[in-house]
Design a protein around this ligand. Structure first.
Ligand SMILES: [Zn+2]
Length: 131
């Protein structure tokens, strides 16, 4: 009887809270949301969109995933308690859900998205590539 009953319950980690953003399940095909810098896999964005930016409707089509997320980003930080973390304050992502975030996202939104966000006072994180 070497079976450790505790090992069976590892799935609890996935139940950490409905309020938490998805965490990337693998380290390939990662992309970052151009608006909030949330990092997830291409598949996760395709299926669920971005938890912080439902108005972008990223999950609507593969095209939206490519318009609103970028595979060109640097740095990744785990943000487990955005309301209290000094990192969150520095990153200005206090209002966002716990998850993995990129420190810098390179890319640009299509003009209509930029217009929509500017009109609604929504800030976004991505920066256009420097030449
Ligand atoms: Zn987002």
């Amino acid at each position: 009887m070497d079976d450790d009953p505790h090992l069976a319950d590892e799935e609890d980690v996935e139940d950490a809270g409905e309020d938490m953003a998805q965490v990337p399940g693998e380290l390939k095909a990662l992309r970052a949301c151009k608006r909030c810098a949330l990092v997830k896999t291409l598949t996760q964005f395709t299926e669920q969109g971005c938890e912080n930016c439902p108005f972008l409707r990223i999950e609507e089509s593969a095209e939206r995933v490519h318009e609103c997320t970028s595979s060109y980003f640097s740095g990744m930080i785990a943000m487990l308690n955005p309301k209290e973390s000094w990192v969150a304050r520095w990153q200005r992502i206090r209002a966002f859900k716990p998850g993995m975030y990129a420190i810098e996202v390179i890319g640009e939104f299509p003009p209509h998205d930029q217009e929509y966000m500017a009109e609604n006072g929504i800030r976004w994180q991505c920066k256009p590539p420097s030449k």
